[in-house]
Design a binder for this molecule. Structure first.
Ligand SMILES: O=C(O)C(=O)C[C@]1(C(=O)O)C=C[C@@H](O)C=C1
Length: 101
């Protein structure tokens, strides 16, 4: 795991949860972090659209999106590039949908 990925290690449970309640509590913790991070990510996507000569869906950069997917696939091998591409595409499209530009 690279140095940036180390930043999320404290969010992970120290011991593997085993009961349904423990698993759901661990999932809730991670979903909390994901929601906060997604909110911040969407704000950054919006800011980028104001900087780019062509913003919004019309200005999509699929090479950049593929770079994002490839980097994330190294950190999340269980999901892999194909599943992460679905997730990244959904995040980016939702962020572009709500961006004001
Ligand atoms: O990096 C950009 O050019 C962006 O517009 C940001 C972003 C992203 O949210 O990561 C959004 C749309 C692009 O297709 C690629 C990446």
């Amino acid at each position: 795991m690279d140095q940036l990925a180390e930043a999320v290690r404290p969010l992970l449970p120290a011991t593997r949860p085993s009961t349904l309640a423990e698993c759901r509590a661990a999932i809730d913790e991670i979903d909390t972090a994901l929601a906060v991070l997604l909110e911040h990510r969407a704000a950054l996507t919006e800011q980028v659209q104001r900087i780019k000569p062509v913003g919004g869906h019309a200005g999509r950069d699929l090479d950049r999106e593929e770079e994002i997917v490839a980097r994330m696939a190294e950190l999340a091998p269980r999901l892999g590039a194909d599943q992460l591409r679905r997730i990244v595409t959904a995040i980016i499209e939702a962020s572009l949908d709500v961006a004001k530009h």
